[in-house]
Design a protein around this ligand. Sequence first.
Ligand code: TXA
Ligand code: MG
Length: 304
Amino acid sequence: MEAIKQAILNLRNHDVIGLPTETVYGLAAAIDSPKGIDKIFALKERPFFDPLIIHIASVEQAKSCAGEWNDKFQKLADKFWPGPLTLIVPKNDRISSKITSGLNTVGLRMPNHPLALELIKELGVPVAAPSANKFTKTSPTKYSHVKKSFPETLVLDGGDCKVGIESTILGFEDYKPVIYRPGMITPEDLGQCLGEEVLIKESPVAPGHLKHHYMPDTPLIAINKDLDLNQQQIPAPLLKSYKSWCLDVDANQAARSLYQNLRDYDHVSSSAIVLFFTKSQYEDNMFTGIFNRISKAADYFIID
Ligand code: TXA
Ligand code: MG
């Protein structure tokens, strides 16, 4: 049977599937399947206080989850969907509090991936999907990454993720736009669309914002490459047999390869992973989302 048909059957049978998107792979269940939603949390070993985002294939479907749909949401959807932007909007009663961890808002995103869109359209129901990794671990950007963490789960093979880090999450506070998680859609992109300034403010209500996240098993040291690695307060055993790489100069490429590199370097038997970057990359707005992930994955993050 065609994989997508099997995936739809599994979702209708209250199971979860691995879903390719342009950012990272997700672990998806139909939003009208409480059992499926429970299974996401169980498989991921994710605490129930961390809400899931919902993936839709049309603006109509987004509206069917929202308690309110205003001009700003519409403008953003027109400009950035399908794409790596999650909008936090008021939820309606269709959305269980298990999905939103009791919040009265819900995160909505239309992924820019043909297989994901086809699946959601054919299923006829939006799917809730966090990134398909164990809680706090590195997100998956390839079919094989998901299979490795969840060997029993059917995963749709949509190739390698083109964006490579998770979506930008945008919410509103008193109708003012606030970024809760930076991504490859920048505050400037959003500000231009809305005609107002957009600030980044990491939210305590979004526990993707816990300090340690995206972590490989091997300790990660991220350091400005103009500094001397040996002159830092890093325990000597970590520097015995480390493996290193330099962050790609191109932001899109750096994002696309970040999690793959973290995984590749995690597999070799080394004392640490060292990621070199430049101060100008750190100060470049295009790299904000990338450094957000690096700083949470790193045991040592040294800029100057
Ligand atoms: O690119 C992405 O967003 C990927 C792909 C699979 O779509 N998904 C993803 O999901 O990154 P997840 O669960 O790993 O991260 C979603 C983040 C979590 O940190 C969660 O706390 C936050 O979104 N979130 C979800 N609903 C929220 C809400 N109502 N208010 C604030 N933050 C919310
Ligand atoms: Mg995640």
